[in-house]
Design a protein around this ligand. Structure first.
Ligand SMILES: [Zn+2]
Ligand SMILES: [Zn+2]
Length: 256
């Protein structure tokens, strides 16, 4: 058995979406290593600068990690010193350019002839040097990790013992279900059907629990007790659509 499948089987024993768990673990490992030894590594710094830091989630995760683990912020301070210098130079360059530029009418005219790149997905508030050239490094790494495990999962689900293990797990969240289904579509139609059927069965049960949760909020049914599964149905619904979120290394302490 490949180590990938072995990790996957282990993650299926733990609560929450197994791909989320493995993805979050990889992201956390990256941040750990960053603080531990890579703050001054040129390649790592290049990635950091290319993203102009990390996305909000990973930026604050890194901040909490250092505060909690080392009771200090030297690593973050060094990383942000770098970014601040870059943003200051970019602002200076933009101001210089604006000071010497033609009046607004011509500028607007020039902009309207620029090759278009205005789509829904792109941030319209872009200025040279004031946003990253690349997506957050940790997000990209996490996604690559999840994609690799999705491949292992598809391969593994050909086997009955992996299917049995998967059935006892919490199953995939929607983003990772999509990732797995896309990969199974052409290569493993049998796995595609099995995975879709399994997901459907889980969602029917979740829907049932969610409806009971709603119904038992009605004054008339206030004496009926809720099962633990019903009580956490609304949280599981969030986790299904949004994926699991780490609380610094643990997917386990969801309340509910
Ligand atoms: Zn997931
Ligand atoms: Zn990120």
């Amino acid at each position: 058995m490949s180590w990938g499948l072995a990790n996957l089987k282990h993650a299926m024993r733990e609560p929450g979406c197994p791909l989320c768990r493995l993805q979050r673990e990889a992201e956390k490992r990256y941040l750990d290593n960053l603080l531990w030894e890579n703050v001054n590594d040129p390649a790592t710094r290049e990635q950091w600068a290319a993203g102009l830091g990390f996305c909000p989630r990973h930026a604050w995760q890194l901040q909490r990690l250092e505060a909690r683990r080392y009771g200090d912020g030297l690593g973050n301070a060094i990383l942000y010193e770098d970014l601040l210098q870059r943003v200051i130079s970019a602002l200076e360059a933009l101001a210089r350019e604006a000071a010497g530029s033609p009046p607004p009418f011509y500028r607007r005219l020039a902009r309207s002839f620029r090759p278009g790149s205005s789509s829904d997905t792109e941030d319209p508030d872009r200025l040279p040097g004031l946003q990253g050239r690349q997506r957050c490094r940790v997000c990209r790494l996490g996604q690559e990790t999840a994609q690799a495990y999705a491949e292992w999962l598809i391969e593994g689900l050909e086997e009955t013992d992996v299917r049995a293990r998967y059935e006892t797990s919490d199953g995939l969240c929607l983003p990772h279900l999509r990732m797995a289904l896309v990969r199974a579509q052409d290569r493993a139609p049998g796995v595609f059907v099995w995975l879709a059927t399994d997901a459907n069965r889980r969602l029917q049960r979740l829907l049932g629990n969610l409806r009971e949760y709603i119904r038992k909020h009605d004054w008339n049914y206030r004496d009926e007790t809720m099962s633990p599964e019903e009580r956490r149905a609304w949280i599981r619904a969030v986790a299904f659509f949004a994926g699991e979120v780490e609380s610094d290394g643990s997917l386990d302490d969801r309340s509910g």
